[in-house]
Write a protein that binds this ligand. Sequence first.
Ligand code: BEZ
Ligand code: FE
Length: 326
Amino acid sequence: MMAKPVTKKISARKPAAKASAKKPTAKKKAVKKPAKRDMSYYFTVKDSVKVVQSRSGKRADKRTKFLVDTLVKHMHAFVKEARPTMDEWMYGINYLTRVGHMCNDWRQEFILLSDVLGISMLVETLNHEKMSGETESTVLGPFYIPDAPAYENGANICLDGKGEPVWVQGRVLNAKGKPIAGAKIEVWQANEDGFYDVQQKGIQPDMNLRGVFTADKDGHYSFRSAYPRHYPIPHDGPVGDMLTALDRNPNRPAHLHFMVSAPGYEKLITHIFTPDCPWLKDDAVFGVKESLIADFTTVDDAKRAAGIGLPNPFRMVEWNVVLSKA
Ligand code: BEZ
Ligand code: FE
């Protein structure tokens, strides 16, 4: 008894199916292809770089566009090769946020990050390729201050009396070997405990181990300081965490910073390194260039030592600086 209506229902559908089959024009419309669209606006993994780069308008600043387009190209290539997970990408974002929060007037964690990734040295070196025997440059580092005290040549910049005394002397010359009279020589270094004065306010005397000298008419400069020793870069922040995760050391080999300037010449930012430091080949910021490793000699000359106010024997380094024309 129940089967009858079901049979009726099935047979009732048949004419309807037949009716639609009788309308060939309607069927044709349903399979019509959509109009072709320009898909270059939409993001695809394959064309990701092109899609992002093509968004800039006609009024884009040319150099900015070039820099950002190049960054996008390499960042997209990085993501496609390294394939970070969503958690790893968020870790990266949070990491850079921590780097930013670590920055203040005395701490520039972004520069430190660029330093330990070798980027500061790459930018520095590509911008200062030396062709004619000029002194090579290296990283500035975060501990330069522009208002250090000016001294007469021969002055002692070691105000805490720590460390082994060292006499530093030399000349500032141009590429033809002519003296640059009046050149400004700014120097700074860490103390015997491995800290700069600005890292130990209230512990070290202000302006300890930094000073500004002026080359005399023959280009000579000289000063007394302390034999530099190696020290760790600030590693109590996110950059230090990265070094630990990579099993890298935070040390910089022993050095003395120089910034030398004179009208008509390119400002030179450089260091001199001591030759006996165990960290020379493992500088945390890749700042060592072979030409910047100096000879520190020991002088045994009581009269000379007395003349410059040093105990005999004493350490000494002779370091000429050659500037490039601006
Ligand atoms: C420095 O030599 O003072 C220095 C350079 C780069 C990073 C940290 C410190
Ligand atoms: Fe330094």
